[in-house]
Design a protein around this ligand. Structure first.
Ligand code: DAH
Length: 354
C-alpha cells in the first residue's frame, strides 16, 4: 500500500464513520436504532464491505487500514450503546407519563359542577312557612292518605252531603269501599292537631293534596296547600282578616291587591275566599284568571262549632279561624306563571329560573 492508498483509506474510514454516526444519532426510537445498527454495522453495511475490501491490499496497508476500520467500528458501537440508553430512558419516561393517574382532574375542571336546587313549589312552601313562623305559628304535618272521617266527616261533611262534590276525590283500594282517600285538602291535618293538642293552637300545615280533576292553567291533580289554624279565646273574624293581610303584604308586597269574598265551606262559618289581583294581566282579564282579573288563593273562615265538637273542644270556651292557601297558586301569582302545569313538567329550562 502506498502512502496515497493509506491516505485514501483514512478518508474512506472517516466518511463511513461520520455517516454511520449520523444515522445512529438520527434514530428516534429503540426500534429505529436497531434498524440503523443493521444498516451501518451489519453484514451488508459499507463498513463490512470496506473490511472485506482489505483483502486486496498489501499486508502493511491492510494492517493500517484494518486498525482504522476496527477503531471506527469500536467508536460506533460505543455510540450505539449510549444512544440505546438515551432512547430507553426517554421511552420509559413517556410510558410512565402516559400511565400516570391524573388525580387533579376533578378539581381543575373549568366550569363548576352544576348543583340542583329545591323545586319552586318547595321553595314557595318554605317561604310561606317562614312568614307564618315569624308571626308566631308552629308548623305541623299530616298523612297524605286519610280516612273518610279526617278528610270529610270531622270537618262537618257527612256521607252523601252535597258539599262532597266540592272535592273530586281519589279513593284508595283499602278496607271498605270509599273509606280511605288521598286527601283532597290539608284541612284534615287540623283535625289531627286538635285531637293531639289542647288549645291554644297557632299552626300552619303544609302538604301535598290530590283531586281527580283535569289540569288547566290554575289547577293540577296533585297540588299543595298550606293550612292554617288558630284556636284561642276571643278570636274574631278581624283576627283572621288581619292575619291574612299581614301574610299577603309580607309575601306579595303591599302594592298587590287582595280581597275577601263570601264563600261556603262546611267547616267554617262564616267562610270566605282570599283573592288576589291576577298578576298575569294585572286585573285586565286573561286566560289564567278566566277573564275575571282575580285569582283565588285560599279558602278561610271561622271554625264551625261542629268541627270543635267532633274533636272534643268546647265551642263555648274556644273560638278560632282557619285558612287553606294553594301553595302552587301563590308561586304562580308571585312569579307570574301563566300556566300552572309547567310546575309538573320538570322542564329544567323553566325550573332553573328560580
Ligand atoms: N280545604 C279547603 C279547600 O281545599 C280550603 C279551606 C277553606 C281551608 C276554608 C280552610 C278553611 O281551613 O277554613 O277547598
Amino acid at each position: 500500500m502506498t502512502v496515497g492508498e493509506t491516505e485514501a483509506m483514512d478518508g474512506v474510514a472517516a466518511r463511513l464513520e461520520r455517516d454511520a454516526a449520523a444515522a445512529i444519532r438520527a434514530a428516534e426510537t429503540t426500534e429505529a436504532l436497531a434498524d440503523a445498527v443493521t444498516a451501518v454495522l451489519g453484514k451488508r453495511s459499507a463498513l463490512a464491505r470496506a473490511h472485506r475490501d482489505l483483502a486486496g491490499l498489501d499486508p502493511n496497508a491492510r494492517r493500517e487500514a484494518g486498525r482504522m476500520l476496527h477503531d471506527a467500528r469500536q467508536r460506533l458501537e460505543e455510540l450505539v450503546a449510549a444512544r440505546r440508553e438515551e432512547l430507553a430512558a426517554s421511552e420509559r419516561r413517556a410510558m410512565l407519563e402516559g400511565d400516570r393517574l391524573d388525580l387533579t382532574e376533578v378539581t381543575t375542571v373549568a366550569s363548576p359542577i352544576a348543583r340542583g336546587h329545591l323545586h319552586l313549589v318547595d321553595q314557595t312552601q318554605r317561604a310561606l312557612e317562614d312568614v307564618f313562623v315569624a308571626m308566631g305559628f308552629t308548623v305541623a304535618e299530616g298523612p297524605e292518605s286519610e280516612t273518610d272521617w279526617y278528610n270529610f266527616e270531622a270537618l262537618n261533611i257527612p256521607p252523601a252531603h252535597p258539599a262532597r262534590s266540592m272535592w273530586d276525590t281519589f279513593y284508595l283500594d283499602l278496607g271498605q269501599p270509599e273509606t280511605v282517600v288521598l286527601r283532597t285538602h290539608t284541612s284534615p291535618v287540623q283535625v289531627h292537631l286538635m285531637e293531639e293538642q289542647a288549645p291554644p293552637i297557632h299552626a300552619v300545615m303544609p302538604g301535598r293534596c290530590y283531586r281527580h280533576e283535569t289540569p288547566d292553567a290554575r289547577h293540577l291533580a296533585t297540588f299543595h296547600q298550606l293550612e292554617g289554624l288558630v284556636v284561642d279565646k276571643g278570636i274574631t273574624f278581624a283576627d283572621l282578616a288581619g292575619t291574612l293581610e299581614t301574610f299577603t303584604n309580607a309575601y306579595f308586597g303591599a302594592d298587590i291587591h287582595t280581597r275577601l269574598r263570601p264563600a261556603y265551606f262546611p267547616f267554617t262559618e262564616p267562610s270566605a275566599e282570599v283573592e288576589i289581583t291576577c298578576t298575569i294581566c294585572l286585573g285586565a282579564g286573561c286566560r289564567t284568571c278566566s277573564n275575571t282579573g282575580w285569582v283565588e288563593l285560599a279558602g278561610c273562615g271561622m271554625v264551625d262549632p261542629a268541627v270543635f265538637e267532633a274533636v272534643g273542644i268546647d265551642p263555648t270556651e274556644w273560638t278560632g279561624f282557619a285558612f287553606g292557601f294553594g301553595i302552587d297558586r301563590c308561586a304562580q301569582m308571585r312569579h307570574g306563571i301563566a300556566d300552572l302545569r309547567v310546575l309538573d313538567e320538570n322542564e329544567l329550562r323553566f325550573l332553573r329560573q328560580f
